[in-house]
Design a protein around this ligand. Sequence first.
Ligand code: PNW
Length: 442
Amino acid sequence: MTTAPMPDFPAGFRWGVSTAAYQIEGAATADGRGPSIWDTFAHSPGRIADGSTGDVACDHYHRYAEDVALLAGLGVSAYRFSIAWPRVQPTGAGAANPAGLDFYDRLVDELLGHGVDPVATLFHWDLPQALEDTGGWLNRDTAARFAEYADLVAARLGDRVKLWITLNEPFIHMSLGHGMGVHAPGRMLLFDAFPVAHHQLLGHGLAVSALRARSTSPVAIANNYSPVRLAGDTDADRAARAAYDALHNRLFTDPLLGLGYPEEPGLDPGVVRDGDLDVIAVPLDVLGVNYYNPTGIRAAQEGSPLPFEIVPLDGYPRTAFDWPVVPDGLRELLVGLRDRYGDALPPIQVTESGCAYDDTPDADGRVADPERIAYLDGHLRAVRAAIDEGVDVTGYFVWSLLDNWEWAEGFTKRFGLVHVDYATQRRTPKSSYAWLRDVIRG
Ligand code: PNW
């Protein structure tokens, strides 16, 4: 980490932190909430590293006022949270459950009362189980259901949410949830999971129109991106890199920006109907970029079901997730998006960036996390460098405000600026919280 002062960011730059409903809220059956695919998955034996569930998580549903006070103390101008679809529509269809919407109404007003812009994600992976029972995102009908849900949310919150995000990381939801089976709903379809890509994107396009009918606030999607590093120098290695880049970085962006699906073999979702690509290419106000690390790729071994092999990247520090820490990958990614999409690219906000470490309180109850400070320092400098190279980046959100329930890893990975003792629900700001507060003030 350099000791040079953090460079300035443009006036109006949006500083934020991000969370997701199932990872923090708990209160899984409160006020009429229906089950989601993550309730089902977490309650199935053997799926979660520590056998835990999100039943209680950070109990944010009851402690949101304390958590908003933490946001205010941090000095962020925005908070990205997600709305649990099964709180709003317990079975994924029909009239809104008013008690479910009431919670987000209270949260939004609490944020506004502290001068924090509410940024709402509509889908952060917690599909109502009843929709999964009719095929989930493999079923085209789920896209239409998603737009109806968006309409219900916008009718209630459309006057106060400052930025809408339709989907969180549809690539991760497709690949880990439907391709590899390590996330809910636990399907292992490999390349047969592609209808999940198209139906999510179709749902996005329909939801954008539904939101705009009720709200004048800008609309975004949050995609996960990973610059691809080539491990090997044969033609087969280069072909593998192109295949992986098309899958991870282009499949969910080319169609949004009017280019249609990538033409790489095997990437045709097969369920596209006339007119769908126009629905999907509805203009975006902002592109949300979630970045964690680059991916090393080389040609697949003989007999592999995949057209590439993922290999570890050597020579970098690693987080507790074993993910390499590569700040310059974020600059490379941002510049690469601009170079690829040019004028079709809307302004970018980095909607997730962060790291997990084994943070534990010392004898005095303080939590020092110098690795996280170094991580954020490097990634913020990378954003600044991309801006200097002419990329229009208008915001940066840290993942995450709180240590929380990290999906298949349960409570074993701590991403927070604030430590959570799950036994007592006591929140303790880590040293990175004070560091970021000072950066934002500066
Ligand atoms: C994102 N990968 O998930 C999610 O949006 C967050 O909910 C999550 O807590 C955060 O990143 C940290 O994991 C990802 O395997 C899950 O490459 C897995 C991957 C990437 C992102």
